[in-house]
Design a protein around this ligand. Structure first.
Ligand SMILES: Nc1ncnc2c1ncn2[C@@H]1O[C@H](COP(=O)(O)OP(=O)(O)OP(=O)(O)O)[C@@H](O)[C@H]1O
Ligand SMILES: [Mg+2]
Length: 342
């Protein structure tokens, strides 16, 4: 970190490495090439008088303006960037009151899968994160934001929702078309180019969904898989929430791998609770829940990574068989040898 007050004594090379946009300042003065070995002070000392005159600045003002430019850009970056960089789960207790010895920091950009038997507490863990639990839920867990106790306004503010939850039942009750829904959301986010974002979200949603929909389709006519695909695209491209919780998206008829990759690209922390093996292996980390507590944290190994493709192939074959049965097919030798690869 370069101390701000000393910035003028640093070489431009160092400054540009840290604040890449600083080049714009020089370009705005009409200077396209700068000597990276000069300090800002040297630069101001050597700069051609005509350039200064054009900009209406003296050498001192040039330094002051440059430093002000950097601070303004940094402030802008901070306010537009996700305010959350990490969450920390501090253990509480399982269903039997046994202590959960956990202090786990999860960072934005990571995918975490949550596995465990039915009723073990996967959805409860997601709910703890969603409400930023402060030892006030049945698990007694505490959730920190950026290593600190979240301020109370953040916990309950709807406007700046930190967490987007994509739950299993997403029945739209609104009488809106896809396009109107996105427009509504985009307007509330004060997005500049609404038409472009509508187009992007619809085409991205269509990449994820099995069957296509268009922007004039009423929300109520979307299938479960299509509405989930739309919500994922909307969350990835429009929602500011840095944390995305996905409860049980298996068999929702969407391309899950793409969906997760899309969310990760947008620098979000994604937590998925799932019974699905392929999805479980998409997490960089896998939390194993037992009797209401996190009993194990497994890092995805290289070996597991290697096997994902094979599991996905098997999974696709099973999906094909499901569709085959659904459409009145029967199981015979041919189907079985296709499945076992013989
Ligand atoms: N540590 C805990 N202490 C007390 N109750 C808990 C704890 N963890 C979970 N529970 C409760 O256990 C019940 C089942 O948990 P939950 O719904 O999270 O299971 P799940 O793993 O999501 O199951 P499924 O796979 O069927 O969706 C809930 O009522 C939940 O509040
Ligand atoms: Mg659940």
């Amino acid at each position: 970190m370069l101390a701000k007050e000393d910035l003028a004594s640093f070489k431009l090379e160092q400054i540009l490495a840290k604040y890449t946009y600083a080049r714009d300042f020089f370009i705005s003065l009409g200077i396209n090439e700068i000597d990276p070995n000069l300090t800002v002070k040297d630069f101001a000392g050597e700069i051609n008088y005509d350039v200064l005159e054009d900009a209406g600045l003296n050498r001192e003002q040039l330094i002051v303006n440059f430093l002000a430019f950097i601070s303004r850009m940094e402030a802008l970056k901070k306010s537009s960037r996700n305010v959350v960089e990490s969450i920390t789960i501090i253990g509480g207790n399982d269903k039997f009151g046994n202590a959960e010895h956990i202090n786990l920091e999860l960072k934005v950009g990571e995918v975490i899968s949550i596995v465990g038997p039915t009723g073990s507490g996967k959805s409860r863990l997601l709910a703890d994160i969603e409400c930023l639990a402060q030892r006030d839920t049945p698990t007694n867990r505490q959730i920190l934001l950026n290593g600190e106790v979240p301020d109370i306004n953040k916990r309950f503010s709807m406007e700046n929702k930190l967490v987007a939850q994509l739950s299993q039942n997403m029945n739209f009750v609104m009488d809106l078309s896809v396009q109107e829904f996105i427009r509504f959301h985009a307007e509330s986010r004060m997005v500049a180019n609404i038409e472009t974002i509508i187009h992007e979200i619809v085409s991205c949603g269509n990449e994820l969904a099995g069957e296509k929909f268009d922007q004039d389709t009423p929300l109520t006519q979307l299938s479960g898989g299509q509405s989930r695909a739309l919500m994922i695209a909307d969350t990835a491209l429009l929602s500011l929430s840095p944390i995305v919780l996905i409860d049980e998206i298996e068999n929702a008829g969407i391309d899950r791998r793409n969906a997760i990759e899309l969310l990760v690209k947008e620098e979000k922390l994604v937590l998925i609770s799932t019974h699905d093996p392929v999805l479980a292996l998409m997490g960089d980390k896998r939390l194993v829940i037992k009797n209401g507590g996190i009993s194990k944290i497994i890092d995805l190994s290289e070996e597991e990574k290697y096997y994902i493709d094979i599991l996905e192939k098997v999974d696709k074959k099973m999906l094909n068989i499901r569709n085959h049965l659904r459409t009145g097919g029967v199981i015979d030798d041919k189907i079985i040898s296709g499945l076992t690869g013989q």
